[in-house]
Design a binder for this molecule. Structure first.
Ligand code: ATP
Length: 743
């Protein structure tokens, strides 16, 4: 029997080579070992008839006489087919473009060498042997070549790859399909370069159109420049970009545009270059970089045609006034109405914004009132307090204020940052203006809606970015493609909202998260901010889904590489909410922190030392660290003691004394035993509060000398009281005299 195999974790080049090899060895069986790449799986799922693939368990490897291996030469990478290597007289054929390494097997047929992809080698053979291929096969082979050569931008690309691709296109390869499936991972070099470009990128606005300009100098040729510029354009969603690259004695302009208003072909002509409206370049000698930039801006000013005004249909016409009245307590609705009246009198505009609006529309309780004022937010806050009572804390520099009103209502007030123009108050819609700018700075469409409060427009929903639609479709979506680069904490926020409301990210947002993570974006974030975001997620009543997402994006590992989401941890996260509900009153009373219990669940398999280091690393406060460490120390012994069938109350007390509520809840969770739960409950609700009447002063009066003995007496007295041995003050005195005779 002949068998074709490739490496485990097959990518497109591997799969394409497998399919091509089957064309060359039609009688051979083909096996896909292990689980292929995610994209490859998706592809195979869409094209199940492409090739007859056998599973490993369907093949009797002992019967293999000839083994054809594509895209690897390493025995350890071919999965169970390795067994066949022991067969007597086995013939090996290799087709592999990887540079030879030490552990490589050698075949009777062994083709490799300078090729960017293994698929290229097989396409050459197919061509030579005049084997017919279908358009689907051509597409897959092209996909393999495009993938492994980074769309012909990797330095390993050879003319043979390009030739093979061009042959495949004549055979009907579908390039749309290729671009749909091509992997978008960046090489290390590209990541470095991309970071540099991001740093150097500058935006200017010309005739209302934003244009990105990057100036850079280099002593030599920059590999991957154009491909990286394209990625930058995608990540940043740039419509027009000019890269001015200065090398030894010349400056090269690389220009790309996706909009009609900027025709880069025409613009580069002014520099003696040219190209298309969408992609062009020019080479300039004898000018300084700064001069070139200056000239470019002048040319742009004369050649860029202004855009049409933004589409106002984005403004959703909906009034949520009745929802406000129905869903909110009257003390809040009357406050909102008052806020609207004040704004009207002072010629301001005031809006409810952010999470408050989101939760109002979702019907979720949220009393954190966030207001945006077009006008002067601080004086607005003062007027509000003058009417409603309370006090104001203002931050002049930021134009923000917090008004704390009677009844503990807290109102955050922000001044819309852009210059405020006073529109006639009766204007029916909100035009491009300061509110829009404010909302555009926010994180997600669902958090970027506003509700007007001025009386004539009370309750009108302002929705520039489709937040209402996304809320209905349960989607978390960023407002623009730079969002996560601008503020990486938004990745955590996205995951938190997703988990809390059971939403999902839209495809683009998810892709942007992945891109940002690939750029190691969290390196830019201080440990403190990272900690706050993690705490925010772990403070959610049910963070399990968010934690699963963190794991999926491999962010959990950034917290500590040893955190693994085992079945046990998943189960704990599931169950803990019922424990919280049974101990709910305590969590409020004692200021117990839910997040610490969740944290203890996550780090349960780490050693104490590792956890201590983790606490230090994330700059947790001493109190936070203490609680966490207490939740790990001596856990086994404590649980063992708690399990004893006969337990004196004082013994229970002494076992649990000093343990924070969070550690106790963690214990309850881990032992899952009703008796122990009852004991802990009893300790927390009753025993902890037991006090004796006897004091140090009293002991003095009783004739005892002050000293270490006092502590001992008082302690034993308390234990005796817990055990029911002493009850009344007089029995306390008796107990002391009986047990601590004065000599
Ligand atoms: P929660 O219910 O968790 O408090 P929230 O949306 O009210 O959610 P806050 O942190 O109070 O969260 O933020 C209030 C509003 O401020 C958000 O709704 C959002 O519009 C904006 N916002 C908060 N953090 C960011 C951020 N990192 N980037 C952009 N906008 C943000």
């Amino acid at each position: 029997m002949d068998l074709i195999v490739t490496h485990i974790g097959a990518d497109f080049d591997a799969l394409a080579s497998l399919v091509a090899a089957k064309k060359i060895y039609p009688k051979a069986l083909a096996v896909l070992a292990g689980s292929p790449d995610k994209d490859v799986r998706e592809y195979l799922y869409k094209k199940p008839h492409l090739i007859d693939l056998k599973k490993e368990k369907e093949v009797d490897f002992k019967k293999v006489k000839r083994l054809i291996v594509v895209d690897t030469r390493l025995a350890k990478r071919i999965g169970e087919a390795k067994e066949a290597l022991n067969n007597r007289g086995l013939i090996l054929h290799f087709y592999d473009h990887h540079p030879r390494t030490k552990g490589d097997l050698v075949g009777a047929v062994d083709i490799g060498g300078r090729y960017g992809a293994t698929a290229t080698i097989l396409v050459e053979l197919i061509k030579k042997k005049r084997i017919k291929i279908s358009t689907e096969e051509a597409t897959l082979l092209a996909l393999g070549i495009y993938e492994d050569t980074g769309s012909f931008t990797f330095p390993s690309t050879t003319p043979a790859d390009l030739k093979a691709a061009s042959y495949l296109i004549t055979k009907g390869a579908n390039l749309n399909m290729v671009s749909d499936f091509i992997r978008r991972e960046l090489t290390k070099n590209q990541v470095k370069l991309l970071n540099k470009l991001l740093r150097l990128e500058k935006r200017i606005k010309i005739n209302g159109i934003e244009i990105a300009i990057i100036k850079l100098k280099s002593s030599g040729y920059i590999t991957d420049l154009v491909a990286t510029v394209h990625r930058l354009r995608d990540i940043e969603n740039l419509e027009t970009i000019f890269v001015l690259l200065e090398t030894k004695e010349r400056i090269r302009i690389v220009a790309r545009s996706r909009i009609k208003a900027v025709n880069v072909g025409k613009i580069t002509q002014a520099f003696g270059g040219g190209g298309h409206a969408t992609a062009a370049s020019a080479t300039i000698r004898g000018m300084e970089l700064r001069e070139v930039e200056k000239k470019l801006i002048e040319v742009l000013k004369s050649k860029v045609t202004p855009e049409i005004a933004p589409d106002e249909s984005l403004l959703f016409k909906k009034n949520v006034g009745s929802l406000l009245n129905r869903n909110l307590p009257s003390k809040i609705t009357s406050l909102l109405a008052e806020a609207g009246r004040i704004a009207e009198e002072k010629n301001f505009r005031v809006y409810l914004v952010g999470g408050f609006v989101r939760d109002l529309l979702l019907g979720v309780e949220n009393f954190d009132v966030d207001l945006v004022v077009e006008g002067d937010g601080i004086s607005f806050a003062r007027y509000l307090v003058r009417r409603a009572g309370g006090k104001v804390t203002a931050h002049k520099r930021f134009g923000t204020a917090v008004a704390t009103l009677p009844g503990g209502i807290k109102v955050d007030i922000v001044t819309a940052r852009k210059e405020f123009y006073e529109f006639p108050a009766a204007l029916p819609t909100v035009k491009e203006g300061s509110l829009r700018e404010d909302l555009y700075r926010r994180d997600f469409t669902i958090n970027a809606m506003a509700v007007r409060l001025n009386p004539k427009h009370y309750g009108e929903l302002v929705d520039f970015f489709g937040g209402w639609k996304d809320l209905k479709e349960r989607i978390v979506k960023v407002l623009h493609n730079e969002s996560f680069i601008e503020d990486p904490t938004r990745i955590f926020r996205a995951i938190r909202f997703q988990g809390r409301y059971g939403f999902s990210m839209d495809r683009n947002t998810e892709r942007l998260v992945k891109d940002a993570l690939r750029l190691k974006i969290f390196r830019r974030l201080s440990k403190q901010r990272l900690r706050e975001e993690i705490i925010a997620i772990l403070s959610e009543p049910q963070p399990k889904n968010a934690i699963l997402r963190l794991d999926k994006f491999r962010i959990l590992k950034l917290i500590h590489p040893k955190i693994r989401l085992s079945q046990e941890i998943k189960k704990d996260l599931q169950i803990v909410k019922t424990i919280f509900s049974r101990f709910a009153s305590l969590l409020k009373e004692e200021d117990g922190k839910r997040w610490i219990v969740h944290f203890l669940i996550l780090v349960q398999k780490l050693s104490i030392l590792e956890v201590k280091n983790l606490c230090n690393n994330f700059r947790l406060s001493r109190e936070q660290s203490r609680k966490i460490v207490k939740g790990k120390e001596n856990l086994r012994e404590i649980i063992k003691k708690l399990k004893e069938s006969e337990l004196k109350p004082s013994f229970l007390y002494r076992t649990l004394q000093g343990l924070p509520v969070e550690a106790l809840l963690f214990i309850v969770l881990k032992v899952r035993n009703r008796l122990i739960e009852k004991r802990v409950y009893q300790y927390l609700t009753k025993m902890r509060k037991v006090r004796i009447r006897t004091t140090g002063d009293k002991l003095k009066k009783m004739g005892y000398k002050q000293g270490p003995l006092f502590k001992k007496i008082l302690q034993e007295l308390l234990w005796a009281k817990l055990d029911g041995i002493v009850k009344s003050p007089s029995s306390e005195t008796k107990f002391v005299f009986d047990n601590f005779p004065k000599d």
